[in-house]
Design a protein around this ligand. Structure first.
Ligand code: CDP
Ligand code: CDP
Length: 223
């Protein structure tokens, strides 16, 4: 009989977390949870409602009054707010450049972490984010911290934009990613940080397959 474990994948923006997490989850028939989508969805709703992103109590009201559903989709996780599919909307540059402000609030994080922990209760989960190994799943059997240089990460986002036919400015992407890294790493509550027992993988010159293989080896050792 195989043992269902939890796998935590953290790291900065565009390090490849969601791409590899999704593949690892498929290989193991585990559920995949993209926690960044939850912070993005709240940010999207707050912007749509013209709520100040500094107003923690108003953000909490929105979070508690909105139904948020995460569902598996063919191309990755889908996210619905009050029954509306907002999977594409939460990837807009407006949301991307505002989400770190929403994610710094203590009450918001407490509620998100509690929801994320309940998704992982049964085990058999691959979860990616910023604080999974440190706060959400501190007992995860496998913890990975993915890294890549800021230039490489910006190039990855740039290529994605070009593929989708979106306008893209590489220098601007470098600045935006560096700023988001700084906000996420320097916030007071659960900052982006490698857990002491996490394995660090620098993906700068690795292919997606190589990163997946490394994580699968770590997982198979624990299953
Ligand atoms: O995909 P990308 O790496 O660009 O970002 P994401 O995973 O969608 O996360 C968006 C933002 O949500 C991050 O920049 C963090 O501010 C926040 N976040 C967080 O604070 N904690 C998490 N567990 C996941 C995301
Ligand atoms: O979730 P996160 O923001 O960490 O990154 P992602 O959205 O999974 O990956 C960003 C982009 O980098 C995707 O287009 C991946 O295909 C690409 N990637 C890569 O080129 N090489 C890797 N080793 C990992 C991801």
């Amino acid at each position: 009989m195989t043992n269902k474990i939890s796998i935590a994948i953290d790291g900065p923006a565009a390090a490849g977390k969601s791409t590899v997490a999704k593949i690892v989850a498929e290989k193991l028939s585990y559920i995949y949870i993209d926690t960044g989508a939850m912070y993005r969805a709240l940010t999207y709703k707050a912007i749509t409602n013209h709520c100040s992103l500094e107003d923690e109590l108003e953000l909490m009201k929105i979070l508690n009054d909105t139904s948020m559903e995460l569902l598996p989709g063919e191309l990755g996780q889908l996210i619905y707010l009050d029954g509306q599919n907002v999977t594409n909307e939460i990837r807009s540059s407006e949301v991307t450049n505002s989400v770190s402000i929403v994610a710094k609030h203590k009450l918001v994080r407490e509620e998100m972490v509690s929801r994320q922990q309940s998704f992982a209760k049964t085990g058999g989960v691959v979860m990616d984010g910023r604080d999974i190994g440190t706060h959400v799943l501190p007992e995860a059997e496998v913890k990975v911290f993915l890294l890549a240089s800021v230039e490489e990460r910006a190039v990855r986002r740039h290529n994605e934009n070009i593929q989708k036919g979106f306008p893209s400015d590489l220098e601007k992407l470098i600045e935006e990613i560096a700023l988001r890294d700084k906000l996420d790493s320097e916030r007071e509550v659960a900052p982006l940080k490698k857990a002491e027992d996490a394995i660090e993988i620098d993906t700068t010159s690795l292919s997606i397959e190589q990163v997946v293989d490394e994580i699968m080896n770590l997982a198979n050792e624990r299953i």
